[in-house]
Design a protein around this ligand. Structure first.
Ligand SMILES: Cc1cc2nc3c(=O)[nH]c(=O)nc-3n(C[C@H](O)[C@H](O)[C@H](O)COP(=O)(O)OP(=O)(O)OC[C@H]3O[C@@H](n4cnc5c(N)ncnc54)[C@H](O)[C@@H]3O)c2cc1C
Length: 409
């Protein structure tokens, strides 16, 4: 079996008569921060084998999606956004594989390992942290489009960008789509390539509306400045080998197509009976427990975590996933120490986006700002929240080099 460290955490004779087994599905933000919170509080018990955490994830590497644009734009190398879980999660048992089903009543999960085996893992507590999957929308995207999420697809996109291409279509004009267009446009400025951003809504970056209309206008101005062709109020119906069909009976030529809209939360077989929000996310309570499941926890893209004040589900982004993971881990540790869990009370901070080096758009505690101050604030936050100090220091140097080289042009 593809175990990197440790052994399959059945109740282990010799280490401890009865251990509490925590199984974490996924190796993203929620998983890393949940494990770290448990480890920080229960290190001694983990060393004695009284508590075990097992993380199951394909590839056993944490991906820092926030700097996707910087990698595709050539500002950061690809290895900067992928860090081995073995370096991030001390004392965790790591299984390179995919959870294919869970039996909540029996406390068992089936894993398809990277070696091609099917193994069963028992658990006392389950953390569902599998995030969201690549978009299956529009039709044909899986066959002819490129992925920004799946590591293999992402590498393929990077490789294709380095080859000759003329037209690229980005589907979805939210912040992710706008950032992607800006990063690629900045890299290929002035060499005649065409980037089209297709957005079905009337206005780009709906995440910023209605409150931050000025920021949305700033985003649009930057894209116009790069020559990105923005198509609003029209949807891509179908992606083909040589282009995309739009719902206004027109089409666009495309050598490369990326969709940033329509991601769906990953639903593990065996969890069909769990309560879900209409958008497919798991319903969790204010303590990060899945509704009606005292030993199943969740957060991040896969969970609709109620905001303490508004009661609405918190947004699906990295900062919220980090906060969910850390809180969930603290609550798990509290329960294992016989204490009551605490309510998730994080209220949010704001949002930020990079439209190229020195061109940021951000709002922090309700205050909007743009340009260098926003770009530097975003960079600083991302570096602070990178799970690996080593990677953050290297990224800081590379971003500084990018700033210096832009200054010279
Ligand atoms: C291109 C891109 C750019 C982004 N930019 C930003 C940004 O600038 N700012 C921001 O805040 N957010 C950004 N996000 C969103 C952010 O990355 C997500 O909200 C965040 O990753 C959610 O964390 P998570 O832990 O829920 O899921 P993830 O970090 O996606 O982790 C999910 C993990 O589960 C694993 N997994 C999936 N299925 C299974 C299974 N069956 N068994 C085992 N493991 C499984 C995956 O391999 C992965 O390791 C971006 C996302 C993308 C894709």
């Amino acid at each position: 079996m593809a175990l990197v460290r440790g052994a399959v955490p059945e109740r282990r004779p010799g280490r401890c008569a009865v251990s509490t087994r925590i199984l974490i599905v996924g190796g993203g933000y929620v998983a890393v921060w949940a494990h770290r919170a448990v480890h920080r509080r229960l290190r001694r018990r983990m060393r004695r084998g009284e508590v075990t955490t097992t993380i199951v994830a394909p590839g056993l590497s944490h991906r820092f999606h926030g700097f996707t644009g910087e990698v595709l734009g050539g500002v950061l190398p690809p290895q900067r956004v992928a860090t081995a879980l073995a370096d991030l999660c001390p004392l965790a048992d790591l299984v390179d594989g995919t959870v294919t089903s869970v039996d909540l009543a029996a406390g068992r999960a089936t894993v398809a390992t990277a070696d091609g085996d099917a193994v069963e893992l028992g658990f006392d507590h389950l953390v569902l942290a599998a995030g969201s999957s690549d978009s299956q929308f529009p039709a044909g995207i899986a066959e002819h489009g490129h992925s920004t999420k799946n590591p293999v697809g992402f590498e393929e996109l990077r490789r294709r960008l380095a080859e000759p291409w003329e037209h690229m279509v980005v589907v979805g004009g939210g912040l992710a789509g706008a950032e992607l267009c800006a990063a690629i446009a900045e890299r290929f400025t002035g060499d005649g390539r065409r980037i089209h951003l297709v957005h079905s809504g009337d206005t780009l970056v709906p995440e910023l509306l209605p409150r931050y209309r000025g920021l949305a206008r700033y985003v649009r101005r930057q894209l116009d400045g790069y020559g990105v062709q923005v198509h609003t109020g029209t949807a891509v119906l179908k992606v083909g080998e040589t282009g995309v069909e739009l719902d206004d009976d027109t089409s666009l030529p495309a050598d490369l197509v990326v969709s940033t809209s329509g991601q769906r939360p990953v639903a593990i077989p065996g969890t069909e009976g769990l309560a879900r929000h209409p958008d497919g996310r798991l319903r969790v309570d204010g303590y990060l427990k899945v509704a009606g499941q005292p030993r199943v926890w969740s957060g991040g893209d896969v969970a609709a975590v109620p905001h303490l004040v508004s009661g609405r589900p918190s947004p699906a982004n990295a900062l919220w996933a980090i906060k969910h993971g850390a809180h969930l881990g603290r609550n798990l540790a509290r329960e294992l120490r016989g204490r009551r869990p605490r309510r998730f009370a994080y209220l949010g901070l704001g949002r930020s986006a990079s439209l190229g080096v020195g061109k940021g758009a951000a709002h922090l505690y309700g205050m909007p700002f743009t340009g260098w101050s926003a770009w530097l604030t975003r960079a600083a936050f991302f570096l602070i929240y990178m799970p690996s100090r080593r990677q953050a220091v290297a990224a800081a140097g590379e971003l500084f080099a990018a700033v210096r080289s832009r200054g010279r042009h």
